[in-house]
Design a protein around this ligand. Structure first.
Ligand SMILES: Cc1ncc(COP(=O)(O)O)c(C=O)c1O
Length: 384
């Protein structure tokens, strides 16, 4: 048997590797607060749970859920997009449901033929699933350098026409995990014009888009009229629903949506209908993400003030629930990690997201207010 090369290479998903480290530290009796997971530990928007319970109680016979999502769910997503962005989408041709966005992100390269040497373009610091999917499928990847100088966004002017011609799928994630960088509308427009010129698809992962602390909400492809984007939206962070597995794929490109629907048919089945029924109550309400953001902003202020008191430089932090930072005394992420472990905090080394993360680290603040206060106390004491 010849196993998949990428699986044999011995990569461990960073969460698994850090959790092993956490278990070892705790086994030594160390009191460590783990700040590595972007998985909110505060309650789900309550009407969701009530609606799921009621829907489940009314479900006497449980059958396979529809792969592309039930009509009522797709309509709720369309209504949200109309309310929130003033954009009309056809639920039958322009929206699909997904079991959270992670699996859909992994599968999307299967839409294309890669036999002519086409590439997937991925920012050099990224949510690891973009790379894992490309590498598992044996698709060439081009890593787009990110740095503080580029504002942690790929510099679109730095690539030649020959390079662009090889791009078939471009991953962009704004607000960005891990750096919190925000692409503005002009950036998206420029990228979409390049996609039109060089014939590629912009996969826009917008799962943190409704948790923001700026006056204006972050830009979204959904506001830009183009058949060149496929948007991934998720209820996981917006509505504290990571455990429910609900998201949506949206595109003006009917062929992309049709083929994605076809692709996903044999892969699995849709999210259970009673979960979709609960999820509708989340899509129907725009206020609770704003309320969640008020709490996150408070925690961000508390912890980033403490990080700065310890001498750290904190970048961005205008959206999402991550703090991306460095320290003038630490050229390596491992040194940062060690310093924080000494203070009783487990953070994610920037290198978990790509080699351009060396010297940086990510801390999540999707924790309770009480934990955030303790994190701030410990962070202020970090010696580097
Ligand atoms: C950038 C990014 N995209 C997608 C996901 C997947 O989220 P979900 O599958 O819960 O929708 C995450 C989760 O942390 C993420 O950080």
């Amino acid at each position: 048997m010849h196993f998949n090369h990428y699986l044999l290479e011995g990569h461990t998903y960073f969460i698994a590797a850090l959790n092993e480290r956490l278990s070892a530290l705790r086994a030594q009796g160390r009191d460590i607060i783990s700040l590595i997971m972007g998985d909110p530990i505060e309650p789900t928007y309550p009407p969701v749970r009530d609606a799921v319970v009621a829907a489940l109680q009314a479900t006497e016979i449980s059958q396979y859920p529809k792969n592309r999502g039930d009509g009522f769910y797709l309509e709720a997503v369309a209504n949200w997009a109309l309310r929130y962005y003033g954009q009309t989408f056809d639920p039958a041709k322009e929206i699909l449901s997904c079991n959270g966005t992670k699996e859909a992100i992994f599968h999307v390269p299967l839409l294309f033929d890669w036999s002519q040497g086409q590439e997937i373009w991925i920012p050099s610091l990224s949510y690891p699933v973009y790379e894992a999917s490309a590498r598992t499928l044996g698709i060439p990847v081009k890593y787009l350098p990110l740095s503080a100088e580029t504002g942690f966004l790929p510099d679109l002017d730095s690539f030649s026409a020959e390079e662009w011609q090889r791009c078939q799928l471009f991953w962009i994630n704004s607000p960005h995990n891990p750096t919190t960088a925000l692409a503005d509308r002009a950036y998206f427009e420029k990228l979409l014009a390049l996609a039109e010129r060089y014939d590629f698809l912009v996969c826009s992962d917008e799962c943190y888009n409704e948790l923001y602390y700026t006056e204006q909400r972050p830009a979204s492809c959904l506001e830009i009229d183009s058949p060149r984007w496929l948007v991934f939206r998720s209820l996981s962070k917006r509505s504290h629903m990571t455990g429910y597995r609900m998201g949506a794929l949206i595109s003006r490109n009917h062929e992309v949506i049709r083929l994605l629907g076809k692709l996903r048919e044999p892969i699995g089945v849709g999210t259970p209908t009673f979960i979709q029924q609960g999820a509708v109550t989340a899509w129907n309400d725009d206020q609770h993400p704003r309320d969640f953001a008020v709490g996150y902003r408070r925690k961000r202020d508390l912890i980033s003030t403490a990080l700065k008191a310890a001498g750290c430089e904190v970048f961005g932090a205008q959206a999402g629930f991550y703090l991306w930072f460095s320290h003038p005394h630490c050229s390596s992420s491992e040194a940062l990690l060690q310093g924080f472990i000494e203070a009783g905090l487990l953070i994610t080394p920037g290198t978990a997201f790509g080699s351009d993360g060396e010297g940086y680290a990510r801390l999540t603040y999707c924790v309770t207010q009480e934990i955030a206060e303790e994190v701030a106390r410990r962070a202020a004491q970090v010696k580097l």
